[in-house]
Write a protein that binds this ligand. Structure first.
Ligand SMILES: [Zn+2]
Length: 349
């Protein structure tokens, strides 16, 4: 498919609300609209397929969280897609990371403690200096408060409060949530001013330590990396592995690599580092798969090895002592993987 970009215009970034350029990405041969692409100075290049609801507040907040905390490091563009599963691949000379709408929404926090943690992670990315102030003006003249609204709108997308379209009457929703985090002493609150006053927050030392802990804790990751030979003959294998991962409550991530080229290797290593565990199917005995499994093992990740029966005898000497799931057909692979995931890393709710 040849992409064409037309109708550039200035809009607000869906995530950070800075002015950004949006263009429509068309299929060059049929001139049909495929997706909207945003080129944001802060968030980078990201794109949403036309069928994705861009007014869906939760989805946009999940997207912003993903961009700030989870997005692969060196990709050129992130695409939110209706159907394509999570995969990173080269496309028209760019490294593209796809994430499905369904997967993306799972990054939205499910309970209070996750909301606090993920809000803090977001804030630490945008207010990354120790002395940065998160400022919200809640009282004063209507003009004064309205002037502060764009700033509050940026903060609103960083923290997980549901307040829909932000008006000056809803500012308290943001400050009440931040006050709760202040109660936990993870941020510090300073009220300042007289008649027109500001709520000012900074991340506390306790908050920074908490954030540091969260970043190290790979158990918060819901991602499972799949290393395997992505030959067309392996489509069914991928199907079964990815279903077993999903049914255990995780998101499978794969990287399509034609060959190990230098451009994509850093992505592979990065994705392995931030995965909860790794599944490596040795069928076909590709060097890349062994390399990725070894890398994950060295990082103390749980690595589940699988191999088709027909290739089992040829497995590499170094791993001959390991417990490998030997499978004959897809359903067996699925069943045994689900059990193994449950036994080693546990099912994720
Ligand atoms: Zn942005």
């Amino acid at each position: 498919m040849v992409f064409e970009y037309v109708a550039e215009k200035h809009v607000k970034c869906l995530c950070c609300r800075e002015t950004t350029i949006m263009s429509s990405c068309m299929d060059g041969s049929t001139s049909t609209l495929i997706r909207y692409e945003y080129n944001c100075q802060v968030c980078g290049l990201y794109s949403l397929e036309k069928s994705i609801d861009r007014e869906n507040n939760r989805l946009i907040q999940a997207l912003y969280y993903f961009i700030l905390n989870e997005k692969s490091a060196n990709i050129d563009v992130l695409v939110v897609s209706e159907n394509t599963e999570s995969v990173i691949k080269e496309e028209n000379g760019r490294i593209v990371q796809y994430i499905s709408e369904e997967d993306l929404i799972t990054y939205y926090p499910i309970d209070f403690s996750q909301k606090v943690d993920k809000s803090l992670l977001n804030l630490s990315k945008v207010y990354s200096e120790y002395d940065s102030y998160i400022t919200i003006q809640t009282s004063g003249t209507v003009q004064e408060i309205n002037k502060g609204l764009p700033v509050a709108e940026k903060i609103k997308n960083l923290i997980f409060v549901d307040c829909g379209e932000l008006t000056n009457g809803k500012l308290y929703k943001i400050t009440s949530f931040l006050d709760l985090i202040a109660d936990m002493e993870l941020i510090k609150k300073n009220l300042s001013g007289g008649y027109s006053y500001f709520h000012r927050y900074t991340i506390s030392s306790k908050g920074w330590l908490h954030i540091q802990g969260l970043q190290k804790d790979v158990n918060v990751s819901n991602q499972a990396f799949v290393a395997m030979w992505f030959d067309t003959s392996a489509n069914n294998t991928w199907e079964m592995i990815s279903r077993a991962i999903r049914d255990s409550g995780y998101i499978p991530v794969r990287i399509d690599e034609k060959e190990h080229n230098n451009q994509i290797v850093p992505e592979i290593l990065y994705e392995i580092r931030k995965s909860h565990f790794v599944i490596a199917d040795l069928t076909g005995h590709r060097n890349g798969v062994y390399y990725e499994a070894g890398y994950a093992k060295a990082l103390n990740k749980e690595v589940i090895l699988t191999c088709s029966e027909k290739d089992f005898e040829n497995r590499h000497f170094d791993i001959a002592q390991q417990s490998i799931i030997k499978w004959k057909e897809g359903q067996e692979l699925y069943d045994r993987l689900v059990r193994r995931i449950e036994a080693t890393v546990g099912r994720r709710k």
